[in-house]
Design a protein around this ligand. Sequence first.
Ligand SMILES: C[S@@+](CC[C@H](N)C(=O)[O-])C[C@H]1O[C@@H](n2cnc3c(N)ncnc32)[C@H](O)[C@@H]1O
Length: 410
Amino acid sequence: MAENAEHPAYPVGLRLTGRRVVVIGGGQVAQRRLPALIAAGADITLVSPSATPSVEAMAEAGEITWTRRRYEDGDLAGAWYALIAATDPEANARASAEAERNRVWCVRSDDAEAATAWTPATGRSEGVTVAVLTGHDPRRSAAVRDAIVEGLRDGSIAAPHHRSRTPFVALVGGGPGDPDLITVRGRRLLAEADVVVADRLGPRDLLDELPPHVEVIDAAKIPYGRFMAQEAINNALIEHAKAGKSVVRLKGGDPFVFGRGMEEAQALAEAGIACTVVPGISSSISVPGAAGIPVTHRGVAHEFTVVSGHVAPDDPRSLVDWASLAKLTGTLVILMGVDKIGAIAEALMAHGKAPDTPLALVQEGTTASQRRVDATLATVARRVAEEDVRPPAVIVIGPVVAEGPLKTTA
Ligand SMILES: C[S@@+](CC[C@H](N)C(=O)[O-])C[C@H]1O[C@@H](n2cnc3c(N)ncnc32)[C@H](O)[C@@H]1O
């Protein structure tokens, strides 16, 4: 019987693992729907004389069994569910008549009214499946689905777990500064947090969006007394997690690129606290990119090397082999190097790098205050002083600096 406004569809989640599902027609509709049926573990038979290359690939991979011919009466025998989407309306009508006779729930791509089931617009986020039916308006279903999935992903729709909570910390890479450049997962964890321990760098604008009950702790201001600053941060994470709070350690860029993320992860492991690491967009690639500099470019640079410039080349604590770096032909990306760039440029030139090698400093990349200052190895010390370049800045050295439409003159 056809659905009508008085009798809305009855929603249900089919558990299809190992159960026979028949798909009639191997075109675009099958291509779109098959991945979810495969993911559900269904035992799928496709009946169709032809198929799109993607559907063919699913058959080749053994994910579906393909019967290469037109639909014939009896094909739905033993099926629990059928997807009828052949190009021939007459075949579709016969198949759906067979489904009706055999009480096999079936969806039809060409005639929703004649179908016994409708496919909802579906989406998934972190273990929640969203399925939306609006009757006869698939675009509206998709729009509602998108809004809900996005809300779950960015945390604007709360989906708290109601299982007992074990202490937990998320080390979240917040990206270089633009609040849009955090990952979807990072943003959702932030929205679910009770306590956020944040660095100076990273997307600080996101902190303003947090609800008032969230405790935001500035990592730089945690008193360390008899501890090292990093130890005090680790202890703060451990204590809040042990108190049953959802703790997010929000870091600039990626937690594992000069971010001391591993030290925090190890301290949490030692304290027996579960920890998840959410990668972030590192400033080492994104900040040059935001200023129009690609770290690699075909025919120009086949490698890029990311180096910390926080200690000068002649400092005994330095672990960097500047002589070897000077020999590389690709791109050198220096983080934390503004203060020492004069000495670094001297070392690179002393080891043979050409004084006219192009260089750019990109300060506060991806934020409203972003600026780029161009120089060469020979001129950089003067340019930094003249332009009053300050941290945080990413320094890019190599021929890629001379590429691209955003090039400015030194
Ligand atoms: C302690 S490191 C942390 C790097 C971070 N984990 C990452 O992956 O981007 C800090 C350095 O990153 C660079 N940096 C981070 N964010 C930046 C930004 N928005 N603009 C320019 N440089 C940035 C600067 O070189 C800064 O001194």
